[in-house]
Ligand binder design. Structure first.
Ligand code: 13P
Length: 235
């Protein structure tokens, strides 16, 4: 069983999500499907054979934080998952590992499963810092007392939306480091997804790499014709 998660980012519509839900009804799979959609779409459909998630959450529980949405509010919609620390949040909203950890903690406290993203930028890659950035990302973004379900997503930031993917050896090395780091934190068995330019033509190969427990798909998760072949490419 693999986890196939979609991140719609700021795309789509209620109508589009309804179409996806209908299309997913006919998909026979043992894989776990998660769709992380904009807040406004969380109440658009009854998620039957897939789960809904959000793409961000406030670190705060309630109060004067205009524009923010708390984990309790998200949980109330029925959403089970929330992405935290996506590279676009880190890049455009200056989210640090410390903020990401606070958000993950808020999600866990509300009974949700955070999908915690880590990954290196092109500058960090070129400076030979990939492994250090990944390891500190995991150590500093994952709540240390997590004794509950979490998911990690490794997203090399330079490859997102760029049609670029690391080599299989690079993915294997990153995922082994993440698995070892989680294990040293007492969190072995935590699923680790790969994300960045996943499509139907590379999904099966990527998911056959050791320690890759699934994928987090951006652009190719928006339309059933692109997303469903990714789900069915892995038996
Ligand atoms: P793409 O699949 O469009 O590269 O996006 C990856 C991503 O950011 C998923 O969270």
């Amino acid at each position: 069983m693999k986890i196939i998660a979609g991140n719609w980012k700021m795309n789509g519509s209620c109508a589009g999500l309804k179409e996806m839900a209908v299309a997913l009804k006919n998909v026979m799979t043992d894989n776990k499907i998660i769709l992380c959609v904009p807040y406004t779409m969380l109440n658009c459909v009854q998620a039957d054979n897939f789960a809904l998630g959000a793409q961000d959450v406030s670190a705060h529980d309630k109060g004067a934080f205009t524009g923010e949405v708390s984990a309790t509010m998200l949980a109330e919609t029925g959403a089970k998952y929330v992405i935290v620390g996506h590279s676009e949040r880190r890049q455009y909203h200056e989210e640090t590992n410390s903020i990401v950890r606070q958000k993950a903690t808020a999600a866990i406290n509300a009974g949700m499963i955070p999908i915690i993203c880590v990954g290196e930028t092109m500058d960090e890659k070129q400076a030979g810092k990939t492994m250090a950035v990944i390891e500190s990302g995991v150590r500093e973004s994952v709540p240390s007392d997590s004794n509950t379900d979490i998911i990690i997503a490794y997203e090399p930031r330079w490859a997102i939306g760029a049609g670029l993917t690391p080599t299989e050896a690079e993915i294997a090395e990153a995922h082994k480091l993440i698995a070892d780091t989680l294990s040293s934190m007492g969190l072995s068995g935590t699923p680790v997804l790969y994300g960045a330019s996943v499509k139907s033509t590379n999904a099966a190969d990527i998911m056959s790499i050791p320690n890759v427990d699934g994928v987090l798909v951006g652009g190719a998760s928006l339309k059933p014709d692109d997303f469903i072949p990714i789900i069915t490419s892995v038996k």
